[in-house]
Design a protein around this ligand. Structure first.
Ligand code: FA5
Length: 337
């Protein structure tokens, strides 16, 4: 990457920007310069081959150009929208005034609300817990002692004071059981964090934890509740399957997969060519977990589950890249209003 090359990209982008007239041209332009394989993205990647000083100088200029183009693309998008409206107004002056742009709920918020609604219908109460957790609640009380290899199943962000960003919503199980006496039925939505990123994995994502404890609760109850939830959210015809799995805090454990809607089960990059996407882990509460919260294991039984909200939303709306949820492009968000 040389200064002349940067200059060439800049001139080309600014010249082309002037000529854009419709949303398709605008999107092609965005992909050409700012997309994953776009010229600016590639140029930013190429910086690592330069000396520190050149990297600093060209990097800052490239980033400025990137921000400028992002701003201009959004501005153009609005101009195009307004000019379409004006064309209509030219034809009919009796039309009402221009309406302001209305915001809407983020698709993930919509799905969290929808899933919570399904479980509250079944008598589950909504609770929450902190995102900064101690190792005790996130791991130890869930039957994952320090030496246990299962700690590596969830690559963890540790804070300097020994605390951590919770890697799952399961610590809320412990907090709730310590505060309350059974019987109980709760669900707990929230953000969780893992050092993980690709088309299906995001370093921050959302889960909903579920926990039911009562005198007699069986594995069949768990499967029944999960199948009901899947039918309510995805419709009667959706394909689902249960697979045996392992979690230190449940025994026996399972994972539930939904047939991939992107390829209808044929196999694609989103489902890793398997035709299925895993959306949750679940199982019967492990006796060691009950012991950690002083519940009498001869008296109480329970099941727990943890749903991945991004995966559910991807399946529900046919979204093929998890990162779209967090880029916050208006054209993406507006399609969920
Ligand atoms: C857990 O987090 C367990 N706590 C779930 C659980 C709860 C099991 C209660 C038993 C009892 P897992 O790591 O598999 O399990 O994550 C659960 C779901 O979160 C996955 O099925 C997937 O849908 C979603 N998920 C996991 N990692 C990511 C990620 N990096 N990005 C987006 N979604 C993810």
């Amino acid at each position: 990457m040389q200064r002349e090359e940067l200059q060439r990209i800049k001139e080309e982008a600014l010249k082309e920007l002037e000529t854009l007239k419709d949303p398709i041209q605008l999107e092609n332009f965005r992909v050409k310069f700012l997309g994953k394989k776009g010229k600016i993205t590639q140029a930013l990647r190429g910086l690592k081959e330069l000396s520190l000083e050149e990297r600093r100088e060209l990097g800052s200029e490239l980033n400025q150009l990137k921000e400028y183009l992002e701003f201009e693309i959004e501005k153009k998008r609005r101009e195009i929208l307004l000019s379409e409206e004006e064309k209509i107004l030219d034809l009919d002056l009796t039309l009402p005034g221009r309406r302001p742009f209305l915001g809407g709920l983020h698709p993930l918020t919509q799905v969290i609300e929808e899933v919570c609604e399904v479980f509250t219908r079944l008598g589950f109460e909504i609770v929450t817990g902190p995102e900064i957790e101690s190792e005790y609640y996130n791991f130890t009380a869930l039957n994952i002692p320090e030496w246990h290899p299962a700690r590596d199943m969830q690559a963890t962000f540790y804070l300097q004071n020994g605390a951590l960003l919770r890697t799952h919503t399961s610590p809320i199980q412990i907090r709730t059981m310590l505060e309350r006496k059974p019987p109980l039925r709760i669900i707990a939505p929230g953000k969780v964090y893992r050092c993980d990123a690709d088309v299906r994995h995001s370093p921050m994502f959302h889960q909903i934890e579920g926990l039911m404890v009562d005198g007699e609760v069986s594995f069949a109850d768990l499967k029944g509740v999960l199948a009901y939830f899947a039918r309510e959210i995805f419709g009667e015809k959706t394909k689902l399957r249960f697979r045996p799995s392992y979690f230190p805090f449940t025994e026996p454990s399972l994972e539930m997969d939904i047939g991939c809607v992107m390829c209808e089960g044929k196999g694609c990059r989103v489902c890793g060519q398997t035709g299925w996407i895993e959306i949750l882990g679940a199982g019967m509460v492990h006796p060691e977990v009950f012991k950690a919260v002083n519940y009498d294991i001869t008296q109480w039984q329970g099941f727990a589950f943890g749903l991945g909200i991004e995966r559910i939303t991807m399946l529900k709306y046919g979204i093929d890249d998890i990162r779209l949820f967090f880029d916050n492009h208006l054209y993406f968000l507006e399609s969920f209003k």
